[in-house]
Design a protein around this ligand. Structure first.
Ligand code: HEC
Length: 147
């Protein structure tokens, strides 16, 4: 009995592999001048904790290509890039940039990086101090540009 159920599960998982949703490939030329500029300390944190979803530099783990995981992962990356791509920063107008800084202040303590993602990515975890540093940096950007 168990063997049959197990067989069905394996069969279903194999079938699911037919569903391939690939990420749109990044543009062939990424202009480094478009990237956000921030102090090196901030850039390092953004690169390790945010770039998988908010840049073209997605490092995909092997299981990220296997459905149903890939469905969830790809949707995170597509949505993440659409909201905010740190490598497209200079193409955003001031209003959008300000909205993003505000978004960072609002989300850095709880919602970003996506908690589900953090359960698989220890390296992307941020300490409370690191989150504070990012929040303060984003707050300063807000003040500066609103003056
Ligand atoms: C696993 C993918 C993933 C990672 C990693 C990630 N994000 Fe996001 N981010 C998303 C998705 C998906 C959305 C859009 C949907 C939402 O708001 O949940 C988003 C939305 C946002 C928004 C807009 C939210 C709003 O409501 O204004 C900000 C700001 C943001 N992310 C900042 C960050 C920062 C900063 C980091 C790193 C510290 C980060 N994200 C890491 C996937 C990710």
């Amino acid at each position: 009995m168990y063997k049959i159920i197990f067989g069905w599960i394996i069969g279903a998982l194999l079938l699911l592999q037919a569903v391939r949703i690939d990420l749109p490939s990044p543009p062939s030329h990424i202009d480094p001048k478009n990237e956000i500029t921030a102090p090196e300390e901030i850039m390092t944190m953004l690169r390790t904790s945010c770039y998988d979803c908010h840049s073209y530099e997605t490092k995909m783990p092997w299981y990220g290509h296997i459905s149903p995981v890939s469905l969830q992962v790809n949707s995170h990356i597509k949505q993440g890039r659409a909201w905010l791509n740190f490598q497209e920063w200079s193409s955003y107008d001031t209003e959008k940039q300000q909205k993003i800084y505000k978004g960072i202040v609002d989300t850095i303590n709880l919602r970003m990086p996506v908690p589900m993602y953090l359960t698989f990515h220890d390296e992307a975890k941020l300490t409370k101090e690191q989150r504070d540093t990012i929040r303060k940096w984003a707050e300063n950007q807000l003040k500066e540009e609103n003056q």
